[in-house]
Each structure stands twice: as structure tokens, then as C-alpha cells.
Design a protein around this ligand. Structure first.
Ligand code: EPU
Length: 421
């Protein structure tokens, strides 16, 4: 197992490139199941989660190849696959559930392990199942698996309203509706850029989808789709993590290749803490001057402040001149980084969904443990800001969502390295 060692207290300066978005690549790779033939997904980050999904498609009978140089994944999807996602693969990555919609839409049956709980909360998939049921799927839960069948092999279009906004739920039902008989209207859909990117990929495959990026998707089902060739959008959460690094006192970081429009809620908060932000060619430059000002933040579905940036912003607020209130409304248990930030000297009190962060002038390095993906990113940021040495254990969480983070941060002046434990 690896650990990350950081000698902190050095402000970051320079330019860093953003990789393709994990959460856009995963649904687009799953969408390949909707059409027979040779698919190419470009700008795919080399991450553990992407490899797991590749393995899952391989298990089903697809030929999956990754070209590191081209940052692409090629998939050959045969006429028939084994429509099954086993527990061993799903348990390591909840997003495996994204194969459910494509499988049942294309082959009329699917057997996908229930993902179970995860560190950030219960994370049910009831809305995925309700949406697929509305499209005519018959769903049984047996032996820990979702068994879904489409009567006579085809789903049928329907009007469906999600009870609450769900990113992968919207993606699953949208993919299924793209191959259903007739018209679907999906309401209260997630509006995240990753959902819109999947819709764009599906449209290029021949799907008829209107309303991408809004909360209502209107989908005219088609009988077959063609293979996809799609370039996934830049990772707004990776970009956001680097922007926070630049906003730390003394920082001056240009995040190249990001899409400012995807980052508005974060940029608003970064400006509020006093960071200077400028759009530069092909990216954003952020300059963090002195200590940040405190701000209140409430996470919400897009275009609200992303829950996936909550932990990272908390690091900045740990150093603010005053008290900030962070309210987490998307997940029930997403303050696990708090305990570890306290070990670094953060003054944070949590009461249910609310964290009160009292800024301190300095953080100090200590051994810490990563608990989930975004919590790990927050620990890296805190370690960069802290005086002294921080060792972060359980780096595999970080590797699920950040490509070579130490190699991207080192050229900015970070004293960061990976070591075997
Ligand atoms: N929810 C339900 N029922 C459902 C689905 C969701 O009650 O059927 C609830 C969840 O429990 C949660 C809320 O709805 O409270 C929102 O969850 P959502 O379904 O939107 O999350 P997700 O699709 O499972 C994706 C990202 C997450 C990101 C969330 C929120 C992918 C692969 N994952 O998860 O990314 O936090 O949306 O934006 O797209 C990460 O990358 O670190 C990560 C956790």
C-alpha cells in the first residue's frame, strides 16, 4: 500500500493540466453497451475506477483496450454479452450500477449486484429502479442482486419524475430510454455537466435526446444506436481541487484545460474568500493572497455548490480569519475528513449536516488517514498548507479519482512524494 508524504508550507506556483472527468468517463464507457461494434472514448483518465469498469465490461464479453499515449479506451462490444455485474466488481465501485440501464435496454435482461453502503452514506439506488420500472422493466431483488427484465425484450417510453435529483440515476434511466420503444419525458433530472456530456455522447450514437443540462429530458427512443467516438469533458472536481490549492495563502496557480462555466459555484466562493481569479487562455488563474475570509457554503445539486468540493473548500476555511458554516445537504455522512483535519490543527465542530469551521493562522503536519476520495484530496491540500510533514495513509482512495496527483503538484513547487508503506 502507498502513502503520500508532504512537507508543507510552500505556496504553489505554476500551471497544471486537468485530466478527463472520471464521472463523465464512467457513464460514457457504460453507454458503449448500447451499441454493437467498435467504440472509442477519448480523454479518459487513468484511474482505478475506470479500470474497474473496463474489467466489468471485459467480464461481460467486451474487448477493452486502453491506449495510455492516446488517453483513450477502445471497446469492442459484441452482438451478445453476459449481462451480469458481479458483486466482486460492484463492491469496489458503486458506479458499476451504470451498466444496469444499458443492459436491460439492449438485451432485455440484466443481473447487477446491489452496491451496498459506502463511506459517505447509504446511497440507495431506488430512483434508478423506479425509473427503469416506469420504462416497463420488471425488477426483482434476489440474493443481493437486481434482476431486471424487459417483457418481450424491449423497454417502452414513459413519463417519469425522479423523487430527488440523482446523477447516476438520471444517467441510467436516460441510457435505457434512448433504446426504448416510444417517447420518454424524464423530470427532476440531475443537471450536472457529466449528465449533459453523456447526453451529447448518446446523441452522437444516434439517440434523440432534448433538454440535456436541464431538469427535463425528452427522449424519442430509437431501435438501434451506432458505436460512439467521444471525448469526455475535463474533470471539474480535479480542476476545483487545484483551484483551491492556488487559493491557499501565497498561491498562484493556473489550471489549464478546465471549463470555467462548470465551476461557477466554486469560483463564487473562491472570490468571496478573497482569491483573485482570472480567465486566461484555456483555463483559470487563481491567486491566493493573505489569509482567506470566512464564507458560508451549502452543498446542493448542480448548479449549486458541489458536494465533491466540500472537503477541499473546508481546508481553505480552516485557515480563514473568522468562522464559516458548511452545510452538507447531498450526502448524510460526508464530514469524515473533519477528524483528520483536526489532527492537523483545524478547529471544526460538526453537528449533523453542519460544520462550523473557526479559522486558525496555521495548520501543522501530522500522520492522517484518508477515508474517501474527496476527503483524501482535502488532506493533500491541508498537508500542502501545513507546516512540517504530513503522511497520508490509504492513498488508494485518492487514486480512484486523481491521476498521479503527486506528479501534477510537484512541478508547482509542492514537496510531495509517494512511498510504499
Ligand atoms: N439517492 C437516492 N436514491 C437513488 C439515488 C440517489 O436517495 O436512487 C440520493 C443519494 O443517497 C444522495 C443523493 O440522492 O443523497 C444524490 O446522489 P446521486 O445519485 O446524485 O449520487 P451518485 O450518482 O451516486 C454521483 C457522483 C458522486 C457525486 C454525486 C453527487 C458518479 C460516478 N458519482 O454519485 O461522485 O458525489 O453524484 O454529485 O458520478 C466522487 O466522485 O467522489 C463522487 C462520490
Amino acid at each position: 500500500m502507498d502513502k503520500i508524504v508532504v512537507e508543507g508550507g510552500v505556496p504553489l506556483r505554476g500551471s497544471v493540466d486537468v485530466s478527463g472527468a472520471k464521472n463523465a468517463a464512467l457513464p460514457v464507457i457504460a453507454a458503449a453497451l448500447l451499441a454493437e461494434g467498435d467504440h472509442v472514448v477519448r480523454n479518459v483518465p487513468d484511474l482505478a475506477d475506470v479500470r474497474t469498469l473496463g474489467k466489468l465490461l471485459g467480464h461481460m464479453g467486451c474487448a477493452v483496450e486502453r491506449s495510455a499515449a492516446a488517453r483513450a479506451m477502445s471497446l469492442r462490444v459484441p452482438a451478445a454479452v453476459r449481462p451480469e455485474a458481479p458483486y466482486e466488481l460492484v463492491k469496489t465501485m458503486r458506479a458499476s450500477v451504470l451498466v444496469l440501464g444499458p443492459l436491460v435496454a439492449r438485451w432485455g435482461k440484466a443481473r447487477v449486484s446491489l452496491p451496498g453502503g459506502c463511506a459517505i452514506g447509504a446511497r440507495p439506488i431506488d430512483q434508478h429502479l423506479k425509473g427503469l420500472t416506469a420504462l416497463g422493466a420488471e425488477i426483482r431483488l434476489e440474493h443481493g442482486y437486481v434482476e431486471a427484465t424487459a417483457p418481450r425484450g424491449r423497454l417502452r417510453g414513459a413519463v417519469f419524475t425522479f423523487d430527488g435529483q440523482t446523477v447516476t440515476g438520471t444517467e441510467n434511466v436516460m441510457m435505457a430510454a434512448a433504446l426504448a420503444d416510444g417517447r420518454s419525458v424524464l423530470r427532476n433530472c440531475a443537471r450536472e455537466p457529466e449528465v449533459a456530456d453523456l447526453a451529447a455522447a448518446l446523441v452522437r450514437m444516434g439517440a434523440r435526446i432534448e433538454g440535456a443540462g436541464t431538469d427535463e429530458l425528452r427522449i424519442e427512443g430509437v431501435s438501434t444506436l451506432r458505436p460512439l467516438d467521444h471525448t469526455v469533458i475535463p474533470d471539474r472536481i480535479e480542476a476545483g481541487t487545484f483551484l483551491v490549492a492556488g487559493a491557499l495563502p501565497g498561491g498562484d496557480v493556473t489550471v489549464a484545460g478546465c471549463v470555467p462555466a462548470h465551476l461557477e459555484a466554486l469560483l463564487e466562493k473562491l472570490r468571496a474568500v478573497g482569491a483573485e481569479i482570472a480567465e486566461v487562455r484555456g483555463g483559470l488563474r487563481v491567486v491566493g493572497d493573505g489569509r482567506p475570509r470566512p464564507v458560508d457554503v451549502k452543498t446542493a445539486p448542480h448548479p449549486g455548490f458541489p458536494t465533491d468540493m466540500q472537503a477541499q473548500l473546508m481546508v481553505l476555511l480552516c485557515l480563514a480569519e473568522g468562522s464559516s458554516k458548511i452545510t452538507e445537504t447531498v450526502f448524510e455522512n460526508r464530514f469524515m475528513h473533519v477528524q483528520e483535519l483536526q489532527r492537523l490543527g483545524g478547529d471544526i465542530a460538526v453537528d449533523g449536516k453542519i460544520a462550523i469551521v473557526k479559522g486558525v493562522p496555521v495548520l501543522s503536519g501530522a500522520p492522517v488517514m484518508a477515508s474517501d476520495l474527496r476527503a483524501s484530496a482535502a488532506l493533500v491540500l491541508a498537508a500542502l498548507a501545513a507546516r512540517g510533514t504530513t503522511e497520508i495513509q490509504r492513498v488508494y482512495h485518492l487514486d480512484r479519482g486523481y491521476e498521479r496527483i503527486e506528479q501534477k503538484l510537484a512541478p508547482l513547487g509542492a514537496r510531495i512524494r509517494r512511498e510504499k508503506t
